[in-house]
Design a protein around this ligand. Structure first.
Ligand code: GLA
Length: 733
């Protein structure tokens, strides 16, 4: 009898639940939508992410993809915590004050705010069924750019601190027949190498545990193509990039029902975080985008968004500069530099950047073994100081920039002797130097003050310093902080990055106009979290043009060309020994933010004049390269041994086309490609630029073609030898 009553009650309950329509929460941009359904006190369901729908109403009468509403348990959650029947990688795992290690999040409410004409914020509020633990999942939709940025805030009013074992920034469940993951791996001087792989059941993880230089080995960005390998112009592709400069973890868990569970966020490794009652914990933002027309659009979405929201001065053109590093390294005096400035001005270069080696007196920075931390000008090398050099540059009509590495210290420095407690170390354990240097503990507010003051003091050396190159040349090992309490050492990873961002914030508030380059032994800190405070990034210490084609290809999948510092260096190349023509080196660097990094007097014969012309040429195409839309035409990873791309101005009136030969091709082989991104109904004149000795590679040079022809029939170029290259200006007439 009792059982019958119970069954009857259960039925009533189920009918009641069925009767109640779930709330449909849609997050929409111009072309894309993410949809969740939720009922108060029940788990919220992740329903959909893809092309924008005509209407979202149908979700109300359906469970997940047509399943009955009562199957809620099996549906992917909006933000699955460890607890209940969630056996997969959790988005949140917490130990409550009483030692309970499970959490079950249910829906409370949601709220939408129009931030401005382009941005809408949706906050979905969840809470634990039992404990006063609250999780807000935030989505900011950027309408025009088709970007959604997602992050999470957590707080609680349990009696004692809780411990967050892991917390993701975003969770995305996808369902398709197969999944192709593209990710970018590498090492020093070999960053952002592309790898695409078909995922199999199990979990593929991309992560860093290095704390600083966290993107040198793997970038926290990915492309995910459904059912087929990603191609430029067709197919469903998802893109994600974590805006975080510390340890991260992206996991792709292909589960037993064929769903791919994509979890992105900070790395939970050795990173338990004690959260006090009332304290709010905020995760980094995960930047997400989707395209139904291939990965080319994914890159253009990221670039547009970055130039508007995650790059300093993203609407301005970046200057052409000469950097002193590969031309002088640590050995220079005032004359070496003023000679370089003279040459730079003569080339038409717009800024001179004095790299490493200018500071330290008691411990002079004559090599990488001393001086870091002592940010006073070396009076022996530069007796008239930085101001003299900066004024000198300005008197020659060019700007002046300078290098710093303020998070670091050499054991051989005044700073290391004065503040041993500021150095990251595991208690009494020896700290191994890396590049002869140690890391300062940015979780400590005093160190944050020191780093911010270093920036101010360096700028104060001359009103004519208008550019800073900020470097960071080691990562974290034997982690530990004298500032954090012994039982909270695992907070270090989070607090270091927060400390760094705090410094960036302060600097930006005080010096909004200064241009800053993001560098970490090359591209060791390449993520949107850091990039938003910077004007550009140094993609790699490898300046060899052939390698740069691959590094720039990878970097520009997510980060815009405008921000990609690309320098012409000497030949043979200092990193690889490879000999390449000067034209090739220019043509590769011109596809990013062109600069030079060599001793100008090393240019031989007509090279000097050629360089001058190259710089002039770049000035002509710079607005299109830096502010236009990128269309990749031929990947350097294709077997044919060519690579090609183009930038098209937003109004489609101008385009700049680049093509490179990466190897020897048969004499009869011509490089052929179709253009992209032009207006089929307009006519364009093609002019070959940056030619050497009047040699052209395109027989149609100077002729007019329709956009339709260029995109359907294409062009053919005579660039068959290794390191042949071609730059074409495509101008509407
Ligand atoms: C790093 C940077 C280089 C250069 C050197 C100076 O390696 O990536 O560009 O600034 O440091 O020491």
């Amino acid at each position: 009898m009792k059982r019958r009553i119970l069954n009857f009650l259960l039925l009533l309950f189920a009918v009641g639940a069925l009767g109640q329509t779930p709330e449909i929460i849609g997050i929409e941009t111009k072309d894309m939508a993410m949809v969740f359904t939720a009922k108060p006190n029940e788990m919220a369901t992740f329903q959909y992410w893809g092309s924008k729908l005509n209407a979202n109403a149908e979700f109300a009468s359906r469970g997940f993809k047509g399943q009955p509403d009562t199957q809620q348990d099996a549906a992917p959650q909006l933000f699955p915590a460890y607890g209940g029947r969630h056996y997969l990688n959790p988005a949140l795992r917490v130990t409550h004050e009483d030692g309970v290690i499970t959490t079950e999040l249910v829906y409370v409410s949601s709220q939408k705010t129009q931030l401005d004409e382009n941005r809408t914020e949706t906050v979905i509020k969840l809470k634990d069924k039992l404990y006063p633990l609250f999780v807000d999942v935030h989505f900011i939709a950027y309408k025009a750019e088709n970007i959604i940025s997602e992050y999470v805030t957590v707080f609680h009013s349990e009696k004692k601190p809780i411990v967050i074992a892991n917390i993701a920034s975003s969770y995305i469940p996808l369902h398709a027949d197969s999944y192709y993951l593209t990710h970018f791996y590498g090492t020093w001087a070999h960053e952002m190498q592309m790898k695409e792989e078909k995922l199999t059941p199990g979990t593929k993880t991309i992560e860093s545990k290095k704390g600083v230089r966290a993107t040198q080995s793997e970038n926290p960005s990915f492309l995910l193509s459904l059912n087929n390998p990603a191609s430029e112009n067709v197919g469903e592709v998802y893109g994600g990039s974590l805006a975080w400069s510390g340890n991260y973890n992206l996991s792709f868990e292909f589960d037993e029902s064929g769903v791919l569970n994509v979890m992105s966020g900070m790395n939970p490794f050795a990173a338990e975080y004690q959260l006090k009652p009332g304290q709010i914990f905020k995760t980094p933002e995960m930047i997400l985008t989707y395209s139904s027309t291939g990965k080319g659009q994914i890159s253009r979405n990221f670039h547009d968004w970055s130039r508007r929201y995650a790059l300093a001065h993203g609407d301005k053109l970046n200057p052409i500069l000469l950097n002193s590093w590969e031309g002088a390294y640590f050995s220079f005096n005032e004359k070496t530099l003023t000679d370089m400035i003279d040459n730079a001005a003569n080339f038409g270069i717009e800024m001179f950047v004095l790299d490493d080696g200018w500071f330290g007196n008691a411990y002079p920075r004559n090599g990488d073994n001393a001086g870091l931390g002592d940010w006073q000008v070396n009076a022996k090398k530069l007796p008239r100081g930085i101001n003299y050099l900066a004024d000198y540059a300005v008197s020659k009509g060019i700007r002046f920039g300078i290098w710093i590495e303020p998070e670091m210290v050499n054991p051989e420095s005044d700073l290391a002797k004065k503040h041993p407690e500021w150095i990251v170390k595991s208690g009494k354990r020896d700290i191994l130097p890396m590049r002869n240097q140690w890391l300062l503990d940015l979780s400590n507010p005093q160190v944050q003050d020191f780093v911010a003051k270093t920036f101010d003091d360096v700028l104060a050396m001359s009103p004519n310093i208008t550019y800073i190159k900020w470097d960071a040349n080691r990562h974290v090992d034997n982690v530990g902080s004298e500032y954090l309490p012994p039982n909270e050492q695992t907070k270090f990873w989070y607090e270091y990055v927060k400390g760094l961002y705090n410094v960036y914030e302060r600097i930006r508030a005080k010096h909004p106009d200064i241009e800053i380059q993001l560098c970490s032994s090359g591209g060791g800190r390449l993520d949107f979290g850091a990039l938003k405070y910077h004007d550009e990034y140094w993609a790699s210490d490898n300046t060899n043009a052939l390698d740069r084609i691959f590094i720039q290809y990878g970097s520009n999948t997510f980060f815009p060309a405008q921000a990609t510092a690309a320098h012409v260096s000497t030949s043979p190349n200092h990193q690889t020994g490879m000999i390449t023509p000067l034209k090739f080196r220019f043509d590769v660097a011109m596809a990013g933010r062109l600069g030079m990094e060599l001793q100008p007097t090393d240019l031989k014969g007509d090279e000097y004049e050629f360089a001058k012309k190259g710089i002039e040429c770049y000035k002509q195409i710079r607005p299109v390269v830096q502010l236009g839309d990128l269309y990749r035409l031929v990947s350097p990873y294709d077997e044919n041994g060519w690579s090609s791309l183009m930038y098209v101005s937003k109004d489609k009136a101008q385009a700049v086309f680049f093509a490179y030969s990466l190897k020897y091709h048969a004499r009869t082989a011509y490089f052929e490609t179709k253009m992209n991104g032009l207006n089929p109904d307009r006519n364009y004149k093609i002019t070959e630029l940056n030619t050497r000795n009047g040699q052209t590679s395109f027989y149609g040079n100077g002729k007019v073609y329709s956009g339709d022809y260029l995109m359907k029939v294409g062009i053919s170029l005579n660039i068959g030898n290794p390191f042949d290259s071609s730059v074409l200006l495509v101008s509407e007439i």
